[in-house]
Structure formats: structure tokens, C-alpha cells
Design a protein around this ligand. Structure first.
Ligand code: CUA
Length: 334
């Protein structure tokens, strides 16, 4: 090789490595970090981004160079020269990618074993996905909620499942995502380490309400968490407050619009005015009977424009009689 060619190759290599290093250290593509695993996951992502930048620029650069440098001139109608391979080139472009894949594979595996290590005595939260809301059960505390509350710096093991189709429990700020599969419980271990409110998403297309299947995780101090547990364990005395409380607890707002509560979803029928409307909707049922039937046996009467089985069929089993009364009384007032 001529000295000039070697010099150009060295300059190009240094430039590519510099750009790769720059993209790995300066491009900020990830959301806020709110768990211990976020640090190692982001580190891995940054290294992959740096390597990918070098490879992308190298491949696309060579392509553009070849197009410009070796294109056919307007008056050139000759055939290209036949070409019969180049052993050293083929060895080089097999060995280098194999080496890169090997290093990345070993490194990724180490990150994976590090973040999936099972703790000795974690807090357990059961995550249940259903069309189209999340439910979080705290077996040790004996409560359930549509909003996920977690004490900061406490390792928690999520036990994730679904009651209907496949959903996916995803908390971007935790760098964690795991499928919620019917008939199966999947583990996910997380240690949230930053107080704040972060979004929970469903990351698996699960039906018409998929985009509405969102919730919040509130990471708070141990004292705030315990105060919340105490407040959830007791239903408020005021009937309207109690109604909002039950409506919140069962995630009704994920699918229904209701002005008093402030939910705007359109997966299921709107609930404003249901107390008045309900008196004449189904022959033989008064408003109370109609609302109760719609909660525990939603397929018995379908509001025009809505399909059967969109609403979970098991509220009758999940809700206590007292909760059902509170919710029906509340909706009668709407
Ligand atoms: Cu549940 Cu998408």
C-alpha cells in the first residue's frame, strides 16, 4: 500500500472512532433513570450506540464512496472487470464482526445476570394486566390499587400475569419490561432509587384500548408509602369520596369518561348522566338494577356501538358487596 493510502486510512479510522466515542458519551436518548438497573442498562446501551455509530458510518461511507468514485461515466458502455474474491479481505470482515459480537454478547450476559439477581427478602407486588387497565396487588399488605406505589430503595419483585390476552408491563424509567401472559407468572426484580412519578405503559398491542392502558408508578419515602397503605386500607366515609375511591381502585377511568372523576377514555360508554339515563335503558330494570347489571354482567346489555367482552366479566367476583353498593350509589348521582 502506498504511504498516502495508509495515512488516509489512519485518519478515517481515528475520525470514526472519535465520532463513535462522541455519540456514546453525548447523545442522550434515554428517559430519566429511576432504578439501580437503569445505570448498567444505560451503560450497555451507550457502548452499543458507540459501536453502531462506527459501523454505520463505515458501511454507509464506503457505499457512498464507491457510488461516487466508481460510477459509470456517461460515455462508458463497457462491462465491469470480473472479480474473483480476496481471501485476506474475507478473513478480515469475518473476524472483526465475530470479535465484536463475542465481546458484546459476553458483556450483555454479565449485565443480564447482574440485573436479574434474586434478592433475599423482597417486597412482592402482583401485577395483573387486563383489557384495559393494570391492577397492583400487595399480598403482604392485603391491598390492591390501580396506581403503583413503591417505597424508594426497597427491592421489589413483581409477579406479572394477565387475565385475558398478552399485555406487557413496561416502566421506561426503570429500564424494565416484561410480558404479562395469561396462565403464567413472570418475575421482574427492581430497586427504585429516585423519588418521583413515572409512567407505566402497556407495550403489547392488546386491543382497541391498548393506548389507554397506562398508569403511574409513584416512588416515595417509606413513611409516605406506609401512609398510603393506611389510607387505601380504609374507604372514605363521604359517599361521593367513597365512590371516587372505588372508581379509582378498580381502574374504571381507564376505559370510561366521567366528569366528576376527571377520566376521559372512550373505550367503554361515557358515564355522565348514567343515573338518569339508566332508569329507561333496559326494560324492567330501574337505574340501580341497570348499573349493577352493567358492572357484574356487562354482556347482558350492550350500549349501541360497543362490543361484547370489552369490559372484564369478573368485577362481580373481585368487588365486595360494600364496594359494589358504593360504586352504584356514586354512579346513580352522575
Ligand atoms: Cu395491554 Cu396493550
Amino acid at each position: 500500500m502506498r504511504e498516502r493510502t495508509i495515512f488516509v486510512l489512519i485518519v478515517v479510522a481515528l475520525l470514526l472512532l472519535g465520532l463513535g466515542y462522541w455519540s456514546a458519551t453525548n447523545l442522550d436518548l434515554m428517559p430519566q433513570q429511576a432504578s439501580t438497573r437503569a445505570v448498567v442498562v444505560d451503560q450497555l446501551f451507550r457502548i452499543l450506540l458507540g459501536v453502531a455509530t462506527v459501523i454505520f458510518l463505515l458501511v454507509e461511507g464506503a457505499l457512498v464512496f464507491a457510488i461516487l468514485r466508481f460510477r459509470a461515466r456517461p460515455d462508458d458502455v463497457s462491462d465491469a472487470e470480473p472479480y474473483h474474491g480476496n481471501n485476506s479481505l474475507e478473513i478480515i470482515w469475518t473476524l472483526i464482526p465475530a470479535l465484536i459480537v463475542l465481546v458484546i454478547g459476553v458483556y450483555s450476559f454479565r449485565v443480564l445476570t447482574q440485573i436479574e439477581r434474586q434478592p433475599d427478602s423482597p417486597m412482592v407486588v402482583e401485577v395483573i394486566g387486563r383489557q384495559f387497565s393494570w391492577e397492583f396487588r400487595y399480598p403482604q399488605e392485603g391491598i390492591s390499587s390501580a396506581v403503583l406505589h413503591l417505597p424508594v430503595d426497597q427491592t421489589v419483585r413483581f409477579e406479572i400475569t394477565s387475565e385475558d390476552v398478552i399485555h406487557s408491563f413496561w416502566v421506561p424509567a426503570f429500564r424494565a419490561k416484561r410480558d404479562a401472559t395469561p396462565g403464567q407468572i413472570s418475575d421482574l426484580v427492581i430497586t427504585p432509587n429516585d423519588i418521583g412519578i413515572y409512567p407505566i405503559r402497556c407495550a403489547e398491542l392488546c386491543g382497541v384500548g391498548h393506548a389507554n392502558m397506562v398508569a403511574d408508578v409513584i416512588v416515595e419515602s417509606r413513611a409516605d408509602f406506609e401512609a398510603w397503605v393506611a389510607s387505601v386500607s380504609s374507604i372514605p366515609e363521604d359517599p361521593i369520596e367513597a365512590g371516587r375511591f372505588v372508581y379509582e381502585q378498580y381502574g374504571c377511568g381507564a376505559c370510561h369518561a366521567l366528569s366528576d372523576y376527571g377520566s376521559v377514555a372512550v373505550v367503554g360508554p361515557e358515564l355522565d348522566g348514567i343515573g338518569e339515563r339508566g332508569a329507561t335503558t333496559v326494560e324492567g330494570l330501574d337505574a340501580r338494577g341497570y348499573i349493577l347489571q352493567s358492572i357484574i354482567n356487562p354482556n347482558a346489555y350492550l350500549t349501541p356501538g360497543f362490543q361484547a367482552n370489552l369490559m372484564p366479566q369478573n368485577f362481580g367476583d373481585r368487588m365486595s358487596e360494600q364496594e359494589l353498593d358504593i360504586l352504584v350509589d356514586y354512579l346513580l348521582e352522575q
